[in-house]
Design a protein around this ligand. Structure first.
Ligand SMILES: [Zn+2]
Length: 152
């Protein structure tokens, strides 16, 4: 089981590489297992709505988010559309002070995200708002080396 990387590790602030046909399938499988565990069970006595692979020390474009009662693993997720309207809310991050600090973060209210599902390797487009919309934006930020602490 990989540990969740904390705020002072420079790996959190680097760009994640896209997942390609050359990416080690066993590595992906291991990461998805660990990330799914954290999203399902939380960590540091906190619930966890999403996690990115870079937070487990592997900077590749892979995230897992809570999706209804399931945990959905997404490869190379990207935002393809927004409603253009942002609103502020409090967020914490598993990689910042063990999710004990809250930050005010503006996010789009509605986002459309395209990705490849890890489970069946099929493309998926998700239109999301509320917690899922915010979580997707938070995790996709991680892939660009952006945390809620250094977000402009
Ligand atoms: Zn985070």
């Amino acid at each position: 089981m990989r540990e969740i990387i904390q705020q002072d590790d420079p790996i959190l602030y680097q760009l994640s590489e896209p997942v390609t046909a050359d990416t080690d399938e066993n590595l992906l499988f291991d990461l998805v297992n660990d990330m799914t565990y954290y999203v399902k069970n939380g960590a540091f006595d906190k619930g966890c709505a999403g996690l990115s692979a870079v937070q487990l020390g592997v900077p590749i474009c892979l995230i897992v988010v809570a999706y209804g009662a399931e945990q959905l693993a997404l490869i190379n997720p990207r935002i393809i559309a927004t409603d253009g309207k942002t609103s502020p809310s409090h967020e914490a991050c598993m990689s910042l002070f063990h999710a004990t600090q809250y930050y005010d973060v503006r996010r789009y209210k509605i986002v459309k995200v395209s990705a490849t599902r890890f489970d069946n390797k099929q493309p998926i487009t998700i239109k999301a708002r509320d917690l899922l919309g915010r979580t997707l934006q938070h995790e996709i930020d991680h892939l660009a080396g952006i945390t809620i602490r250094n977000k402009k």
